[in-house]
Design a protein around this ligand. Sequence first.
Ligand code: MET
Ligand SMILES: [Zn+2]
Ligand SMILES: [Zn+2]
Length: 416
Amino acid sequence: MWGFIIFTITVYIHTDPSVTVFRKFLQIRTDHPNPDYEGSTTFLLEKAKEYGIEAEVYRGTGSPIVIMKIEGQDPTLPCVCLNSHVDVVPAVVDCWKVDPFSAFKDEKGDIYSRGTQDMKCVAIQFLEVARLIKQRAEKPKRNLILTFVPDEEIGGTGKGMELFVEHERFRQLNIGLCIDEGLASPNDTFTVFYGERAPWWVHVTAVGNVGHGSRFIEGTAVEKLMRTVNKMLQFRDDQFNILHKGHSECGKKLGDVTTLNLTVLKAGLPENGGNAYNYNVIPAQAEAGFDIRIPPTVNLQEFLEQIKAWTAEEGLSFTFANYTDRNEMTHLNQDNKWWSCFQDSCKQIGITIVPEIFPAATDSRFIRNKGIPAFGFSPINNTPILLHDHNEFLNEKTFIKGIDIYMNIIPNLLNL
Ligand code: MET
Ligand SMILES: [Zn+2]
Ligand SMILES: [Zn+2]
């Protein structure tokens, strides 16, 4: 008898249909540099059909965007949009303990795969929320829209949300509020993001004098580049100290300071295009690339002037591989009815939410820059932050509980 009950419970946990959908979605290779968007689109359309949800594929940006809709009682009201990106960053297979695209589940229920946290979990949780709302006898007041977009992870050259927000099809959706990804929280609380840091990818190029490696050549490209790099890394140190060595009562978080990391470094004359270098030739050119993330409280025009000052020396120039001159926040004041409703809904189910600035970037920035409020919220707590990391995982129970959390928030927003 007991054996039967335990067996039944075990089978139930192991075969929860939403977990199966999640694991199948993880197995679709939407990793860069060649994401299988046709595979993810086919999968999402099949699910929409199975769940009885209206769906279309918009190809106006150059890559497929899946749009799903559940019509509300008053479709003229601004809708609630649940947005997910379907692409994921690459995985270094040798650094993972399992195949990063197998969606392997261990005995604890931890599912390992690229995208378990960023953000295929949220995409499928949104889909399951839509299924549950569709099943209800009563329609919600507002339209529910789901968007599944490509190319969030690659910045400026992408064919996703950055372009989509400029299209008429986007405007027609009439979005009142967007919910997108947040971050896992390592403790019992949940984080909600109301703004994010502006991502600037700066590429500095130095040109200078050349000659024999045995001489004291002045004004070399590398020397000029190093001076700039050192100034910029000094700024990095200063920001690090503000974050880590300030008074503890300041309570600064990563999203409140500017980070700057040297992520690209290039110089040296390759020998006949091979792997070896000409060590005795001073190179004419040297390059450095930086990933800079700037909080919404920083004046972007002034920061641009700072970069110009850092690269003012003769022979230096810079370009942006990723740039924005706008970085709007969603204001969390009493006039923001969406925020009041979100907070009240969380209070009702007894979960603690901590509002923060998102330290990295998501598609929400394009939405906010259109004047539309957006919250970044992944219902994942007591889980290490492993996005873009090796062995990214999510426990199946956390995944299932997340659907429940969303179901206690999203219908309230739809009925506002
Ligand atoms: C700057 S494009 C955004 C790519 C990715 N989401 C990141 O924050 O790095
Ligand atoms: Zn993401
Ligand atoms: Zn990411």
